[in-house]
Design a protein around this ligand. Structure first.
Ligand code: NI
Length: 397
């Protein structure tokens, strides 16, 4: 047995200090320079080899050699939010805040690296643990690529037998694990569109072609898609979040601008929603108008490999007690761990981190976590790697 939980508890002060330091110095997507430096210093102190500058500001490190290879992932970026918490570790970087707990993810993975390095040095582990310190989970660069996608494209997942990611959740009970098999978090795509009519006098609509009237039919069509064109057993949604047209009450404008988001949990539904969205816009053509529609692909569905999800459930149950491991609900939020889970059998799990009775939502200015989850998270990541290497040891290793 590994007693990672006890060993992580002994590091608690250090873990809290690390998390608070990162929390005080949050950095936005693809700008995680200081964060990467802190990680590199820690890896240096442990004698762990690493490659900096992966996916621009990320770090890939590894312990051990040969098969099997297990990858552990932590995202590093913060959000453009002004922190409202009056705490000693309040963000010093005005307008930027770790409001999704990625500071905790980095801390947990650094803690796991400490313990795993000790065990490799002592000859207790065989195989390879790869550490993926991933930038830019929250946003994409000018080429439309997030950190997770870039890491996969740059080969960080090559040769990996399994990949595991953790997310603290401020609204779930602290120190409990939540995981599910299969589709977990939604695919998210966005669209921009114009519904095009002909401008004219508000008093003579017949002479013009009112794009606002056309848009009303289109929007009804879009929402009808969800209830009439898709199985109710198959979740998915389309939200029209932006609509702009017109400048005067007595003028029929030329066109209407729209933007929206599309969420789905399977590739089939994703394609169906794209197709039917296009059909809804075609209603404008029926009445003699026109449209332009551009759908941009975002993060794919986060799908947990069933075997890996069961593995995490069992591993966590053995470590923190089966009564503290529950099935997670599906979420319409998205995660770019999805790219990694496409590249290797993956399991993404939640670690409950509710701090107090205040509702501290993710991406909110008063977001915060119960720091007692830091040792738990470090132990879970270390044990996820250790047990995997032990159970999948090759014959001649
Ligand atoms: Ni997050």
């Amino acid at each position: 047995m590994s007693n990672y939980l006890e060993r992580a508890q002994e590091m608690r002060e250090q873990l809290v200090a690390t998390r608070r330091d990162l929390h005080e110095h949050p950095e936005l997507y693809f700008q995680e320079i200081r964060t990467a430096k802190k990680i590199a210093e820690h890896l240096d102190s442990l004698g762990i080899e690493y490659t900096p500058g992966v996916a621009k500001t990320g770090i890939v490190a590894h312990l051990g050699e040969g098969a099997p290879v297990i990858a552990l992932r932590a995202d590093m970026d913060a959000l453009p939010i002004v922190e409202a918490n009056d705490v000693p570790y309040k963000s010093q970087n005005e307008g930027v805040m770790h409001a999704c707990g990625h500071d905790a993810h980095v801390t947990c993975l650094m803690g796991a690296a400490t313990m795993l390095a000790q065990d490799f040095a002592a000859g207790r582990l065989k195989g390879t643990v790869r550490f993926l310190f991933q930038p830019a989970e929250e946003n994409e660069d000018d080429e439309g690529k997030s950190g997770g996608r870039r890491m996969v494209e740059e080969g960080a997942l090559e040769g990996v037998d399994a990949v595991i990611g953790l997310h603290v959740i401020s609204t779930l009970p602290a120190n409990q694990v939540f995981v599910r098999e299969g589709a977990f978090m939604a695919a998210v795509d966005s669209f921009k569109a114009q519904v095009i009519g002909r401008g004219g006098h508000g008093a003579y609509p017949k002479e013009a072609l009112d794009p606002i009237w056309l848009s009303a039919q289109v929007i009804n069509g879009i929402h009808g898609v969800i209830s009439r064109r898709k199985s109710p057993m198959d979740p998915g949604l389309i939200t029209v979040g932006v609509i702009h047209a017109g400048k005067a009450g007595n003028v029929i404008p030329v066109q209407v601008e729209m933007e929206g988001t599309i969420r789905s949990f399977s590739q089939e539904t994703r394609m169906l929603l794209h197709r039917e969205l296009e059909n809804a816009f075609r209603i404008a053509q029926v009445f003699g108008g026109d449209y332009r529609l551009k759908i941009e692909y975002g993060y794919p569905v986060t799908v947990n490999d069933p075997e890996m999800a069961r593995y995490v459930q069992r591993m966590a149950g053995d470590l923190i007690g089966a009564e503290n491991v529950q099935e997670a609900a599906m979420e319409t939020g998205a995660e770019d761990f999805s790219f990694m889970a496409q590249a290797a059998p993956g399991a993404f799990f939640y670690l409950g981190a509710k701090k107090d009775e205040v509702s501290r939502l993710h991406h909110a200015p008063d977001f915060d976590i119960d720091e007692s989850v830091l040792p738990t998270g470090a132990a879970l990541m270390a044990e996820a790697a250790r047990k995997f290497l032990e159970e999948n040891a090759t014959e001649n290793a």
